[in-house]
Each structure stands twice: as C-alpha cells, then as structure tokens.
Design a protein around this ligand. Structure first.
Ligand SMILES: Cc1cc2nc3c(=O)[nH]c(=O)nc-3n(C[C@H](O)[C@H](O)[C@H](O)COP(=O)(O)OP(=O)(O)OC[C@H]3O[C@@H](n4cnc5c(N)ncnc54)[C@H](O)[C@@H]3O)c2cc1C
Length: 428
C-alpha cells in the first residue's frame, strides 16, 4: 500500500468541539460502481453528492476519517478569486481567461454558501475578509488591486484600508494598510465537512472511511481501484487525494506536493477584546502567510508556521504564540488551548491541478492554501463533467501547472530549499 494516513499532528479546535460525528463503515468487500472516488475531503465529497443526486452509482473511499486531510483542519477562510490575484492571471493567460477564472471562483463562493443553506449545514459563516500588507512597499499594490477589481472585474465589495483604518479593524498597529472585502468571509470547516458528508450519504453515495486505495489502473474502459477489502471496478474515477497522494498516481505525485501549516486556538478573548472587533478573517502579504480570525466563541485561531518536511514540531503552541505576540503584544502569554497541523497540497505555480491522468481518471487537488471554496466547487464541476453537463471544469484544466523539478528523488529537497528561501525573504 502506498498510502500514508494523514500525518497531521494535534487535535484541532474544530474536532475537539464538534461533538459526535457520524462514522462511516469501511468498504465491506469488492464493489462495482459508475464512479469511484478516492479521498473524502471537500473535493471528493462534493463530487459524490452531486453524482449520487443525479442518479449515478458512486463509491467513495477515504483512508482515514472524513476531514482528516486538509478539509477538516484548515483556516476556514473563503477568500475571493483564485490564489493568484487577477493581475497575475491576466499576465499569464490574458484578460478573457483571467476573467473566466475569476468568474469560476465567484460561483464557487456562492455555491459553498448556497449548498449550506440548501442542506441545513450550520458552519458558523461570518462575513468580512481583511488582507494586510506586512511591508510598506506592498501598500500601493493593494490600492491598485481595489481599483482593478472594481473597474476591470466588476467586483465592488473590495475597499482600500490605510494604516489607521487597518489598525482599527485589526486592533493592531503591526500592518501598513491593505484591503477589506465585504463579499466573502469564513466558516468552521469541519462543521461544513460533516454536513457535506451527511448530504452525500443522504443523496445515495456509498461512503466508506478507513479504506485506503493501494493502486489504481485503467484498461478497456474500466477503472480498477485496489483496496484491502477488494477491488472496486467503475466506469470513471476521481482521485481527490490532494497532499496525501504519495505515489498512488504518479502524474499527480509529480505535480502536487505537501507543505505543512500549523494553527493555534487561544482561550476565548472576551467581548471587550480589541482583537478584530468586527469578526473578520485576516491574511497577510507574507509568502508564508499568516492567517487568523476569531471563532464563534471569541478565540483567536492563528495560523502561520509552515514546515517543509514530515517531522512534527514538538511545540506548535510556543511558536504560534510568538507569532501572535508580534501582532498583538498584549497576548504574549495568552493560553493556547488547541494546536494542530495539516498538510496543504501545493503546485509549482500555486494553481489548482485538474487533469485527466489516465483514461477515465481525473485528478483534482493542489489548491495551494486557497481551496475551501474552490475544492468544493471543483468537486461539483467534476460531477457536471461526468454527467455531460456544463464543462466549466475546463477553465480549471488549463492553468499551466508544471511538475516539480528533481524527479522522485530530489523533488522534496529542492522544494525545501526553495520554500526556505521564500520564507527568509518575508523577514528581510
Ligand atoms: C492548516 C491548513 C490551513 C488552510 N487554510 C485554508 C484557508 O483558510 N482557506 C482556504 O481556502 N484553504 C485553506 N487550506 C487549504 C484547504 O483546506 C484545501 O485546499 C482543501 O481542503 C482541499 O480539499 P481536498 O478535498 O482537495 O483535499 P483534502 O481535504 O486534503 O482531502 C484529501 C483526502 O484524501 C485522502 N486520501 C489520500 N490518499 C488516499 C488513498 N490512497 N486512499 C484513500 N484516501 C486517501 C486523505 O486521507 C484526505 O482525507 C488550508 C489547509 C491547511 C492544511
């Protein structure tokens, strides 16, 4: 078996507070289906829901528990657009394609919220997103971005914040300015994930946790997925393994790699805390981005530290507390009640990887830290594609995602060196 279960350390605040989650039995034995899906994060479960709801016979297998990958352990920030700003997409793909990518992302945002409403998923959605410049030199870029978004892309929810306005919004003078986005917000991702799995099961998808795919092959119009419980034979397959692909399918492995990101949750800060009084989520301009927000019960959930190897850090909390104190000095000894890590699937160009990797097998992942809304939507778009409906997935298929250099042997050390260099650049 090539699969390693998620190596993410720590029990997340989400997991510790969600209460009972429905458990889904492992695959009982060999199976046949119209579609087999590997991976029970947002991508796989959305695909399972939409395929089952349209009458397809679907089997989804997850090596661990649903949400144990990135989907149940992330920062919960939806954001707007793709991870790359439209300016960058325009330079790489031209105005029309950048516009198409932006439109997909806007539909992704609407889809996430509409799906929650339609299926009664209460995921603590709160509106508002702040992006903050950690260097003075970036402030002009943020100001220009607001104008470009409004004038060229018709996005009117974004406004510029100068240094004082930013300080008021954050309750911190650490940043130089940035933007306020009233058109997006943040969620509790595990609550969403659990509701999504319920909806997929109700729609008729056969969902199995603790069932690992050991190999996948495609021949004669059929796809075979090998598991310890027996083979699953289907007409089509979706590989939705993201950062955990680990050699299961070599094309995806060459294009999507894991980096690990860590989050700490403080004790509730109290109603009179000056920290983010409006309850928005925040990200900053660092390459190793700091992302933080308040939970529904008033804790600061702060993500920042990254690691490029599979070793687990011994003390996530102290490191996160130091990062918090750089922004909120008064919190330099705040109690951190939960700290955890997760694996983010990244690509070389930091754009999602969507590709047919063998006949009738599509692989989707590598959202590069910007997948809460996009992974959900791409799962739905995969279902539309299988059903022969709209092929909006095509927009995501052509995003110039190249393989990581270095081959099997040197990919990880080269990535380590490159990312370490970028993280050093944040500091100077
Ligand atoms: C700490 C952290 C913070 C983040 N913060 C944000 C944020 O604030 N905003 C944002 O937009 N994005 C964020 N992300 C990224 C976002 O969470 C992901 O892009 C998204 O959840 C990807 O969903 P997915 O379904 O593609 O992959 P995952 O949720 O990773 O699911 C893949 C699943 O496949 C399973 N699997 C893998 N191999 C096998 C196999 N062989 N057999 C069976 N199952 C297998 C894994 O166990 C896993 O559950 C963050 C990620 C992390 C880790």
């Amino acid at each position: 078996m090539t699969y390693q279960s998620p190596i993410s350390p720590g029990i997340s605040f989400y997991e510790a507070t969600i209460g009972d989650r429905p458990a889904y039995a492992g695959l009982p034995g060999p199976a046949t289906a119209d579609v087999v899906i590997i991976g029970g994060g947002f991508t796989g479960l959305q695909a399972a829901h939409h395929l089952a709801a349209s009458g397809k016979d679907v089997v989804l297998i997850e090596g661990a528990r649903f949400g144990d990958g990135a989907s149940g352990r992330n920062g919960g920030q939806l954001g707007t657009g793709q991870r790359a700003w439209v300016e960058e997409s325009e330079a790489d793909f031209g105005r029309d394609n950048a516009g198409a990518q932006f439109a997909v992302a806007e539909r992704a945002k609407a889809h996430l919220l509409d799906f929650a409403t339609a299926h009664g998923i209460e995921a603590d959605y709160r509106p508002g997103q702040i992006s903050a410049a950690h260097k003075q030199g970036y402030v002009k870029d943020y100001r220009d971005h607001v104008r470009i978004m409004a004038e060229d892309y018709g996005y009117a929810h974004l406004s510029f914040l100068d240094r004082d306005e930013m300080a008021q919004k954050l309750g911190s003078t650490r940043y130089h300015g940035g933007t306020y986005d009233a058109g997006t917000g943040h969620i509790n991702p595990l609550k969403y994930l659990v509701g999504l799995a319920r909806a997929a099961s109700k729609a008729g998808a056969r969902l199995h946790e603790n069932t690992r795919a050991g190999a996948i092959s495609s021949a004669g119009g059929k796809v075979t997925v090998k598991t310890d419980a027996g083979d699953i034979v289907a007409g089509s397959a979706l590989v939705a393994c993201n950062a955990f692909i680990d050699g299961l399918e070599p094309v995806t492995s060459a294009h999507v790699m894991p980096i690990r990101s860590f989050i700490g949750a403080t004790v509730p800060l109290g109603d009179d805390s000056p920290v983010i009084p409006g309850g928005e989520s925040v990200d900053d301009s660092r390459f190793v981005v700091r992302y933080f927000r308040k939970s529904a019960d008033g804790r600061l959930l702060f993500g920042g530290r990254e690691a490029y190897t599979s070793d687990n850090p011994t003390d996530i909390s102290s490191h996160i507390r130091r990062q918090i104190a750089e922004i909120y000095p008064a919190l330099d000894s705040v109690e951190i009640t939960h700290s955890w890590g997760g694996s983010v699937g990244i690509t070389l160009s930091r754009r999602p990887f969507v590709r047919e990797v063998m006949p009738n097998v599509t692989s989707i992942g590598g959202f590069s830290g910007h997948g809460v809304m996009l992974s959900n939507y791409c799962g739905k778009l995969y279902a539309d594609h299988v059903n022969g409906g709209s092929d909006e997935l095509e927009v995501m298929r052509n995003l110039k995602v190249g393989p990581f250099p270095g081959g099997d042997r040197f990919r990880t050390p080269l990535l380590f060196l490159a990312l370490t260099w970028f993280s050093l650049r944040d500091k100077f």
